[in-house]
Write a protein that binds this ligand. Structure first.
Ligand SMILES: Cc1cc2nc3c(=O)[nH]c(=O)nc-3n(C[C@H](O)[C@H](O)[C@H](O)COP(=O)(O)OP(=O)(O)OC[C@H]3O[C@@H](n4cnc5c(N)ncnc54)[C@H](O)[C@@H]3O)c2cc1C
Length: 376
């Protein structure tokens, strides 16, 4: 399987966009990516995901029983390539948060859910709560053990994938500490409160309410009390992937601005020759390249070293991506704010990535604390 995936790897340039809008020749990704998303930029991400599933592309990072055809670093290329098109398409390929089922579920749950993920089912993750977003210690959604299973009560959100997910991986407080459960989206007692969001609005967003939701014992992922370790391992990979989505978005915006700056004359000279503009392009490109390296280094590192590396990469990449998009907007002048140019959406999406999956300020504070605790 691993060998096979390499035979259909190829350079990726989505056919529906001008080549220098999404110019990522260093990006080599799986098979038919551009056939799935390249020509259908306005399609709904879940429909594209089903399309990807028909080509076997939602199971590429599953280990069991699919033998994981793409490594984490290779999946990183996929996320970057998709981010260059539209950050809202970030989960068209791969298992997404379904990786939690692959890594931590019982055999029975795996054999029921992994084929569904391979068929395109989307898995949501529910950590955040109204009273405790950034702070795992503040979580209150409770799971109480009862005969044959668990009863969940509480509220999750604001969070994404409310109406699209087939199941949610839910972090809940138990007597043993933070624990993780798989809850089917249509389980009795689960309701939703959908709200609008200005960035990353490709998935629905809002609150998920659990009112006496029963799940069987087999729905537990890992062991009771392992929630923090599971969170840390999963979000290390996820943050590095989202870092690469931001790098892809920033690279695409920068390439779009480069094209414009070469064509646009200011005082009879191309904008691209103004020293202040040249320097800003150099600065933004440098930051994007370093952020990409940081994210790839995190994905290549042993799993024990990934959490801090991924936190660094996520901060660096979402800020580098955002700065590149801001430069692109200013290079385009008033046109940079026209929705038809696409930069305003990219800007909002990457801004949302600075908050989702651990706000940058929180990650910065964590990294600072770790450094200050370190040996002198
Ligand atoms: C587009 C999007 C999708 C999301 N999807 C999901 C999802 O699918 N599942 C899910 O569970 N959650 C999801 N979230 C929620 C996200 O994880 C939370 O918004 C995030 O963890 C912050 O929580 P909060 O919004 O409650 O902010 P708060 O915890 O109230 O924090 C607000 C701000 O305070 C500052 N701050 C807080 N703590 C610290 C600290 N220790 N040090 C320094 N500064 C600090 C930061 O600037 C932070 O941004 C999503 C968010 C967005 C924007």
């Amino acid at each position: 399987m691993r060998g096979e995936s390499r035979t259909f790897a190829r350079p990726f340039v989505p056919s529906a966009l001008p080549a220098d809008v999404v110019e990522a020749p260093h990006v080599v990704v799986i098979g038919d990516i551009h056939e799935v998303v390249g020509a259908r930029l306005d399609a709904d991400p879940l429909a594209l995901r089903r399309d990807a599933a028909r080509r076997g592309l939602t199971a590429v990072d599953l280990r069991y029983p699919y033998a994981g055809s793409l490594s984490d670093v290779e999946m990183g290329f996929v996320y970057e390539a998709v981010g260059a098109i539209d950050a809202d398409l970030r989960e068209v390929f791969g298992a997404g948060h379904g990786r939690l089922i692959d890594r931590y579920a019982s055999d029975g749950t795996r054999s029921r859910w992994l084929p569904r993920i391979a068929d395109g089912a989307l898995i949501g993750v529910a950590v955040t709560e109204p009273a405790g977003g950034s702070d795992l210690d503040a979580l209150r959604l409770r799971a109480r053990h009862v005969e044959g299973g668990w009863l969940l009560d509480g509220v999750k959100g604001p969070m994404a994938r409310l109406t699209e997910a087939a199941a949610f991986v839910v972090f809940a407080v138990t007597d043993a500490g933070l624990s993780v459960f798989l809850v089917e989206a249509d389980a009795a007692g689960v309701t939703r409160q959908v709200t609008a969001i200005a960035g990353l609005g490709g998935w629905s967003f809002g609150e998920l309410i659990f009112d006496g939701v029963f799940v069987e014992d087999a729905a537990l992922l890992g062991r009771p009390g392992e929630g923090r370790a599971i969170f840390s391992a999963h979000f290390a990979d996820w943050r590095a992937f989202m870092a690469l989505v931001a790098v892809g978005a920033g690279e695409a915006a920068l390439a779009q601005a480069r094209r414009w700056a070469r064509e646009r004359d200011i005082a009879k000279k191309p904008l691209a020759q103004l020293p202040a503009v040249v320097e800003r392009f150099g600065d933004r490109k440098l930051a994007l390249d370093l952020a990409r390296l940081a994210a790839q280094a995190a994905l290549a590192a042993p799993v024990t070293e990934r959490p801090d590396l991924a936190a660094q990469a996520k901060v660096a990449a979402t800020e580098a991506g955002h700065a590149a998009i801001e430069l692109a907007i200013s290079v385009f002048g008033a046109r940079g704010l026209m929705p038809s140019v696409g930069l305003d959406k990219r800007e909002r999406d990457v801004r949302a990535l600075q908050i989702a999956d651990g706000p940058n300020d929180v990650l910065r504070a964590h990294l600072g604390r770790a450094y200050l605790r370190g040996a002198s």
